[in-house]
Design a protein around this ligand. Structure first.
Ligand SMILES: NC(=O)C1=CN([C@@H]2O[C@H](COP(=O)(O)OP(=O)(O)OC[C@H]3O[C@@H](n4cnc5c(N)ncnc54)[C@H](OP(=O)(O)O)[C@@H]3O)[C@@H](O)[C@H]2O)C=CC1
Ligand SMILES: O=C(O)[C@@H]1CCC=N1
Length: 276
């Protein structure tokens, strides 16, 4: 059980996933959680209704008395958001960011003081308690603060401690990664029609097939190549399909996709600094 008061600046899908995990795992009570956003009052009412948390459009009232402030707005809005709370914050508060591509150093600069800041990257599987979250302390963070942050994110899945210099690359893997999995799933489901299959049945089977493949990957020490070679029979169906993937160099395309997402994460803070 965490004793501190926690304020969320941003009330979108990531904030909700974290709030939901914290409450269902009894890490915090609704009385300890304060939420604000930019202007969407209906959204705040919805979160109050669903989770019983305190909500308020007044940033000062939400942030001033909080021990921990979670930054959960889009990176594009970070300057405006931090400017709106800067004068009500102090070095005695702990800041936790879920923002893609925004460094703790840049957040320190925006805050204008030396508060401890922890950078994290969860993912949307948080909403079902299955996030793979990476977490990294900026300057001024004590071990006890890092432990509290890790414990909060453990309520929405697994947590790995990493160096901040790895966070941009890991954002591509854990943060954006689910989108690429859904993209693959969509490509497979789109093919069901062309195969003249019942789509409901096909989707159910596809999901089980993907889940089963992941279960086997997790359970075995065999490499992915060994696993797909064990599926392939010479002259068989799998080989025919794998040949198409090899001809189109699909593995290279997937690598390029992940590299581009990682590079984009690196660009985000640089763009902000250049526009200052
Ligand atoms: N979605 C994802 O897969 C993941 C997202 N992230 C990160 O999480 C962050 C939030 O993403 P997500 O929840 O998807 O975004 P959403 O668009 O769902 O939510 C953004 C929230 O930020 C609020 N906001 C915007 N500007 C301000 C401001 N000036 N002050 C206070 N609140 C503000 C918005 O309020 P209003 O509606 O009133 O404008 C809204 O509640 C991003 O930085 C993203 O990089 C991290 C991991 C995964
Ligand atoms: O696309 C984005 O920028 C965010 C960060 C990771 C997932 N969504």
């Amino acid at each position: 059980m965490i004793k501190q008061k926690v304020a969320f600046l941003g009330a979108g899908s990531m904030a909700e996933a974290i709030i939901s995990g914290l409450l269902s795992n009894k890490k915090l009570t609704p009385e300890q959680i304060y939420v604000t956003n930019r202007q969407n009052k209906a959204r705040l009412s919805e979160l109050k209704e669903l989770y019983g948390v305190h909500v308020n459009t007044n940033h000062e009232q939400i942030v001033k008395s909080a021990d921990i402030i979670i930054l959960a707005m889009k990176p594009a809005g970070v300057k405006e958001a931090v400017a709106s709370i800067r004068s009500f914050t102090s070095e005695n508060q702990l800041f936790i960011s879920v923002l893609a591509g925004i460094t703790t150093e840049y957040l320190s600069y925006l805050l204008g003081h030396n508060a401890p800041i922890i950078r994290t990257m969860p993912n949307t599987s948080a909403s079902v308690g299955s996030s793979a979250t990476v977490i990294s302390p900026g300057a001024y963070v004590h071990d006890a603060q890092l432990q509290i942050a890790a414990s909060m994110f453990e309520s929405i899945g697994i947590v790995k401690h990493v160096k901040e210099t790895d966070l941009d690359s890991l954002t591509a893997i854990v943060g954006s990664g689910p989108a690429y999995m859904y993209y693959l799933f969509e490509a497979m489901t789109n093919t069901l029609k062309e195969l003249e299959l019942d789509e409901q049945l096909g989707e159910e089977l596809l999901l089980e097939m993907m889940q089963g493949s992941i279960n086997l990957l997790k359970a075995t020490s065999d490499s992915p190549r060994t696993l797909y070679e064990s599926v392939r029979s010479p002259g068989g169906t799998t080989e025919a399909g794998l040949q198409v993937l090899a001809n189109d160099d699909v593995q290279r395309t997937i690598s390029t996709c992940i590299l581009r997402a990682a590079a984009r994460s690196k660009e985000i803070t640089k763009e902000k600094i250049n526009n200052t």
